[in-house]
Design a protein around this ligand. Sequence first.
Ligand SMILES: [Zn+2]
Length: 243
Amino acid sequence: MKVLAVSPHLDDAAFSVGGTLAALADAGHDVTVVTCFTRSVPDATGFALACQTDKGLGPEVDYLAVRRAEDRAAMAVLGATPVHLDLAEAPHRGYESAAELFAGVHADDDVWRPLTGLLDALSADLWLAPQGLGGHVDHLQVLRAVAGLDHPVLWWRDSPYVLRDPTAVPGPDLPAGLAPVELAQERERRSDACACYVTQLGFQFGGPEGMRTALATLPEPLLAGPAALAVLAHLPGQGGGAA
Ligand SMILES: [Zn+2]
């Protein structure tokens, strides 16, 4: 079976659903993680530049190139194939502060349209994508694009946002009528993969040990529509049982 996870940023799929992806790869499935917002933008200024300098990376560093390399290492640990789409992150699309990243999608930000076109060229038997918990505008754009394609999708709970706010609600484009499922998970491999995102661990978890502690017991419950449930029903050893 071909499995395709759509990650907003270079780390989201591993942080949120890495244990499930590793277990699917171990079971012999062809797992690909497509990360949407990975474009290198030279000569960044303002908030976009601060996003890398506040992580100790000088202006001369190609920040996204560093993160793409981190992602390739993480995907090797999970047993997944990385694909990097050439779309710019929100700080390069007119969002000018950390608060703005969580304050709603700008009226003129229609990046979900080119994203839909890029995703529509891909095929898979089963898709995974974020619910948009936490409300990061890039996650909401991915949710909108994937929901519009009407594929069999398992929707994940966005980590680390769900760790900070367990009551966070999904974005407005999450389809209705979903059922909870949980597949087998390799959580130790998830932590090993997440350790590859060196530039993000201090910012997101306070360091590598903080990441391992935070993720050690975090389960990966998913929401599935009828089409995804039908796919799972045909998988040996899966089909909705708890891990
Ligand atoms: Zn993200």
